[in-house]
Design a protein around this ligand. Structure first.
Ligand code: CP
Ligand code: NVA
Length: 308
């Protein structure tokens, strides 16, 4: 029984194994109908709770479909409708849920909620995004990069914009998968120092470059995300837009990366803000492969959680 809480808290070998499993199980499905079960059913007779304290399209649907393809059943719960949202402790919620379900995926605000859930649950807990990290997304992104361009080790990834939760998990992945990461964004929105130091300690080159045009030179992959995340106050919108405008990914910026560079965005995107339509819909964009790969990466994560 293992939790999947973050990329830097999971062993590098396990992470690689999860990616390889995802590639294999994706291929094995070919063009099977979406509701058809996999050949192997590691979640047969298992019940999985999917808890959302924030909105979601991809995480919600991909986990739900993935569990069913692996032979299990799901219940999708909104945090606000649970006693969790009305003062019941996370520890008690975790203990109770563990009596009913075999696995818990939670999308929440504070990282502490996720950690307490994992501490007190006797079933695997998966991080479906917190204010601080989004590891499932980056597992899908690694899978997507490797499908298109081969091993990501040694490549240069450039993150443009807000040093947010998705960026944090990319930095963790740099340390674990051995690629270099350049962050380009305004200083007040820098990623957490601790994450950068940790990836560096694992031998990856993590740089902060203020000039976006300098930063993307030599990039194999350019990534961005929304300028205002779900946990950011609406009042910060205008300030963030002003700070982040120089980091918009447009055709000119992409032209400074390597000619074979890919473009990624975890979605949902705000077209015209952090990225232009010409890049979103351009030949370097793999955004819908990323979205699809949430399904395959998370199936491999769930399999790892229950079977090792
Ligand atoms: N990328 C991602 O996590 O999307 P959702 O918010 O739709 O789940
Ligand atoms: N950074 C975004 C990611 C959404 C999938 C957010 O937290 O809102």
């Amino acid at each position: 029984m293992r939790h999947f809480l973050d990329i830097h808290k999971t062993g590098a070998e396990d992470l690689h194994r999860i990616i390889e499993t995802a590639k294999a199980t994706k291929q094995a499905r070919h063009d099977k109908p979406k509701a058809a079960p996999d050949a192997e059913l590691p979640l047969r007779d298992k019940m999985v709770a999917l808890i959302f304290e924030k909105p979601s399209t991809r995480t919600r649907v991909s986990f739900d479909v993935g569990v069913r393809q692996m032979g299990g059943q799901t219940m999708v719960l909104s945090g606000a409708d649970m006693q969790l949202g009305h003062g019941e402790t996370i520890a008690d919620t975790a203990r109770v849920l563990s009596r009913y379900v075999d696995m818990i995926m939670i999308r929440t605000f504070e990282e502490q909620t996720l950690l307490e859930m994992a501490e007190h649950a006797s079933v695997p807990v998966i991080n479906g995004l917190t204010n601080r990290t989004h590891p499932c997304q980056i597992m899908a992104d690694i899978l997507t990069f490797e499908e298109h361009r081969g091993p990501i080790a040694g490549k240069k990834v450039v993150w443009c914009g807000d040093g947010n939760n998705v960026c944090a998990s990319f930095i963790h992945a740099a340390g674990q998968f051995g690629f270099d990461l350049t962050f380009t964004g305004p200083e007040p929105l820098d990623p957490e120092r601790e994450f950068i130091e940790e990836a560096r300690a694992r031998g990856s080159r993590v740089e902060v470059v203020r000039d976006a045009h300098e930063a993307v030179k030599g990039a194999d992959l350019v990534v961005t995300d929304t300028w205002v995340s779900m946990h950011d106050p609406a009042s910060a919108r205008e300030r963030r837009h002003n700070q982040l405008r120089p980091y918009r990914v447009d055709r000119k910026l992409m032209s400074l990366a390597r000619p074979e560079a890919l473009f990624m965005h975890c979605l949902p995107a705000h077209r015209g803000d952090e990225v232009t339509n010409s890049v979103m819909d351009g030949p370097q964009s793999v955004i819908f492969d990323e979205a699809e790969n949430r399904l395959h990466a998370q199936k491999a994560i769930m399999r790892w959680c229950v079977t090792g």
